[in-house]
Design a protein around this ligand. Structure first.
Ligand code: SAM
Length: 289
């Protein structure tokens, strides 16, 4: 079990037990099309499968961790300073690198390292971009932030060894997943209130049409013999009402990061799955207790 390197909005550490309890006891490969900070993937440490995210900087980080000697990224991370002016210079450099189309291996290593540094030192661990795609979160106030993350980088290097890493829309998983595989979807949440902000994750939002597209894909995967587990906010539950293959459960969770002033605390989430209860880990494990 590996801890995530990044702080990430909608991070699933609080709900890990509830989510993985619904996974089938046995499956072939594991796919996570909205991987974000990867709390579930890294907890599970799957042998093979795929991860994906629309955020290209996040994907560069994971590819760097998988493909390079972890000591190179750790050394680069150690070069950063705990200083406000340094933070804003690092943010400028990160945004300049983002505009470079064909990055050299050294530029990719640098971008990955800046991402970890900015994520661990920015305000609230938020990831937010302006309309031009520039990361624009101000510096945070931390006494002793850890942006080196040496042990976790070494551990993730091993976990990612046989994982395909993709940077695109979640729909790729229609082809990537085959019968016997497991797919866990954790999409950007539909706001519960009209003031909640869709753009916290990425410059592109995720609207109701995307939620319907995701539901249609979940139905296709079910028909293809793929196990599907999905977390979401309660308003999305109605999209699954007419589909008998899917069970919808309401669970309570404490959100780690929320940009609303009063947004911390207990919130309800829904977990949706086509995995029959008799085949879920929670059932098969409790049989031995
Ligand atoms: C709720 S977060 C995932 C959080 C993750 N489970 C964790 O533990 O950190 C949703 C992620 O979906 C990504 N995303 C948004 N739209 C997407 C799309 N159409 N296809 C794939 N990923 C997308 C965002 O960049 C964000 O990282």
């Amino acid at each position: 079990m590996v801890e995530p390197i990044l702080k990430w909005a909608g991070g699933k550490r609080q709900l890990l037990a509830e989510i993985t309890a619904r996974f089938p006891a046995d499956f072939d490969r594991y796919h996570e099309p909205f991987v974000g900070g990867g709390a579930v993937f890294f907890d599970l440490e799957p042998d093979a499968g795929s991860i994906n995210d629309l955020n290209s900087r996040l994907v560069t980080l994971y590819e760097t961790i998988r493909d390079r000697d972890p000591e190179e990224l750790i050394a680069e991370n150690r070069s950063h300073e705990h200083d406000e002016d340094y933070y804003y210079d690092a943010r400028d450099e990160f945004n300049e690198l983002h505009r470079v189309d064909d990055k050299s291996p050294e530029q990719r290593l640098r971008e990955a390292s800046l991402f970890v540094y900015l994520n661990r030192t920015c305000f609230n661990g938020l990831y937010r971009e302006n309309n031009s795609g520039e990361f624009n979160v101000p510096v945070g106030r931390y006494a002793n932030p850890d942006w080196v993350q040496a042990d976790r980088i070494r551990a993730l290097h091993e976990v990612l060894r046989d994982t395909t890493i993709r940077n695109g829309d979640f729909a790729y998983v229609r082809e990537a997943a085959t019968a016997g595989d497991l797919v866990y979807f954790d999409p950007p949440y539909e706001p519960v209130s009209t003031t909640a902000d869709f753009t916290d994750y990425h410059a592109e939002g995720f609207d109701r049409d995307d939620q319907r597209r995701l539901r249609d894909l979940a139905v296709e995967l079910d028909e293809a013999g793929v196990s599907v587990v999905l977390s979401n906010s309660p308003p999305v539950a109605e999209l699954y009402e007419d589909y008998e293959a899917f069970a919808v459960d309401l669970v309570e969770a404490t959100r780690a990061i929320n940009s609303d002033a009063d947004g911390r605390g207990e919130v309800a989430e829904v977990l949706i799955t086509n995995v029959p209860e008799a085949e879920q880990r929670r059932t098969t494990l409790s049989a031995f207790e």
